[in-house]
Design a protein around this ligand. Sequence first.
Ligand code: ADP
Length: 475
Amino acid sequence: MEIFHISAECYPMAKVGGLADVVGALPKYQTNAGHDVRVVVPCYDTKFRRENDFDCVHWGSVKLGNFNFPFSVLKETTNKLGYELYLIEIDELFNRPNVYGYEDDIERFLSFQIATLDWILARETVPDVINCHDHHTGVIPFLIKYAFKYESINTVKTVITIHNGLYQGWFGFDKLHYLPEFDLIHIGFLEWNNSLNSLAVAIKCAHAVTTVSPSYLNEINISANGLEDLFNSVRYKSKGILNGIDIEVWDPLKDSMITENYSIDTFEKGKQKNKEMLCEQFELDPTKPLFSFIGRLFEEKGGDLLPQASALALSENFENINVLILGSGNSVIEEQLLQLRNDYIGNYNVFIGYNEELAHLIYAGSDYILMPSRVEPCGLNQMYALRYGTVPIVRRTGGLRDTVIDFGDNGNGICHDQASVGDICYSINRAVKLYDDKINFNKIVKKGMATDHSWERVCQEYIEIYNLIIEKNEI
Ligand code: ADP
């Protein structure tokens, strides 16, 4: 089967969060399963782009209203990622360091989608399935079905995978003319709550809708930033598939970004060495349990709760724990977290920014990973943590609910229900007590490390959906 994944992110080319990890891994496992898989992302000015070789396989010009943007399609030459990676190069729009956050993001991602479809249209073969990811690629299912110029590929089946339904790619009717021509009778597909909404378009027009965990699918029927009714109405073609992890990239036994490699048999010594390195770097005490957070510092991640929860946990348990935070996002939260450094020298530290190597070392060297999320469509951190023998402390929501069970229920982590400072601190207190009970603590660590969250197991679920929409037009 020929499968295209179209996405704004793909690790290692461009990563902001979990979307990149999924699009960088699932295609590899689908390729291993015998499929012909291609991944298409915009050509940002990233380290991966600068350090690797690409061949130009197609060029053209995207028409976006009155604008014309020349574009090229670049193919990564070595195929070392385990699937074919293609970059859509539109210099004026993407030759920039960041993936998102520009005023012209709508123009950028509409151009990306149109250029990708223009190239697919020009190819000799037509893909069986196009798997779109999040709102940045949400207009594709509509364009394939209804834009006149893509009529010859309008039988291609499409899937929209929702990694985060909070962001929807809204744009005004004044930009409607950016889209290639279609019969205005279909305009209703583009609109939701008086705005053009890229994610809503995809949900309406794709043959199947997947979310990145079963619990998240249930939750978005109740709370989805305005799309609840729409999600309810497409339940018949929706499925929640829990993300996997790339067990080759995330392997404590082979990970070259950590200080000491270890397995389930050697984790005590191995983790301690990594912890010592972390503690040395961040002036923490390696004899105390280390609680870490890695992620985007926003309310959806419970980032706003971290400063107060850290302060309270450190003052209640002063000298008993270390807290280390890696992340960036909301500047108020960043400032509050930085301020705390003065109050808890030797027990607390923070690194504001994005650092892939440090993230690996933190998974390896921490005892606990904190995930106090308000919204967590799947969450990968808890799965990486489990694999690295780090016990997750999570709020029961979305994918966290599907992957972490409280140790009181014979599970692999610590869970609470409310996104509150009180609940986080209560969990930290339980964690401190558990840490002192080494036999039980180690049992829980081992249980986590033995869990199989690999894509090998999960990738077949996507293939089953593709097969259903190819055979029956629906799932
Ligand atoms: P998100 O909602 O951000 O996609 P996920 O849990 O699905 O959350 O995935 C987060 C991914 O991004 C993980 O691979 C995590 O290690 C990584 N990550 C998040 N913030 C940082 C950071 N500041 N530095 C390094 N890696 C980070």
